[in-house]
Design a protein around this ligand. Structure first.
Ligand code: NAD
Length: 243
């Protein structure tokens, strides 16, 4: 469990769900970790904690400056994201823009701030958290599906752009994961227990994924075991897109 010893990683969305498990997993594997989130109180102990809204260029640049002041960063997990549960007609332009500003612009701004230092070092690894929603159409998820499709496309572009410079870039595509995110969705349902059963019923594996199962897949892509993998989408969805 020390395969990340000597490495230094940034994780966005580090205070909840998948990002929190990424921080824990990295610390357990010997990495130094910088956690970024809107608030720092839920980022696990042992990580350097920075607060920033990843959709805001000044905040991103300042956070990355602070992270780099502590040493070079070889690994970036662009994990923070927000949802939207509307079809295209019901989604107001402000909500559409907010989803894109966090999910797509946030991934762009963080990568823009970190990649120059990876280029200087001649190596680096980026893992973006996309979603199965980026490659299949889900009802009432217009802005979310479109934004995660953009994350998948940007992943491939970064991979091709800087493969020869020693940078690998991949994304994970989770299905339904039992994080606080899904807890919030369920709490908005008229019958949360029945809705949870519906979500489980459509899973070939018969259960929802856990944040740590998703984090493990992202850690694999960031590890040296994935040294020949770049530009790929790793689906972690309990079989839902195969059904
Ligand atoms: P979560 O809501 O539990 O955690 C997301 C974290 O991101 C929160 O701590 C939040 O404060 C942070 N965040 C949100 N906006 C931010 C911003 N502008 N700047 C900085 N931090 C911000 O959700 P999660 O389930 O852990 O989701 C993490 C990622 O996984 C997201 O990109 C999401 O789209 C993706 N995903 C989740 C699921 C799922 O079922 N939970 C499925 C597929 C993909």
């Amino acid at each position: 469990m020390d395969d990340f010893r000597g490495r230094r990683a940034i994780v966005t969305g580090a205070g909840s769900g998948i990002g929190l498990e990424l921080v824990r997993g990295l610390l357990a594997r010997g990495a130094e970790v910088v956690g970024i989130d809107l608030a720092t109180d839920r980022i696990p102990d042992g990580a350097m904690r920075l607060s920033a809204d990843i959709s805001q260029v000044d905040q991103v640049d300042e956070a990355v400056r602070a992270a780099l002041a502590g040493g070079p960063v070889d690994t970036l997990f662009n994990n923070a994201g927000i949802g939207s549960t509307k079809n295209l007609i019901d989604c107001e332009p402000e909500e559409w823009d907010r989803v894109f500003s966090v999910n797509v612009r946030g991934t762009y701004l963080m990568s823009r701030a970190v990649i120059p230092q990876m280029l200087e070092a001649g190596s680096g690894v980026i893992v973006n958290t996309a979603s199965v929603a980026g490659s299949i159409g889900l009802p009432d998820r217009a802005a979310y599906c479109a934004s995660k499709g953009a994350v998948i496309a940007l992943t491939k572009q970064i991979a091709v752009q800087w493969a020869k410079a020693g940078i690998r870039c991949n994304c994970i595509c989770p299905g339904t994961v039992d994080s606080p995110w899904v807890g919030r969705l369920l709490s908005e349902a008229s019958d949360p227990v029945a809705h949870r059963e519906q979500l489980i019923a459509r899973q070939p594996l018969g259960r929802l994924g856990t944040p740590s199962e998703v984090a493990d897949a992202a850690l694999y892509l960031a590890s040296d075991a994935a040294s020949f993998i770049t530009g790929s989408e790793l689906i972690i969805d309990g079989g839902i897109t195969a059904a």
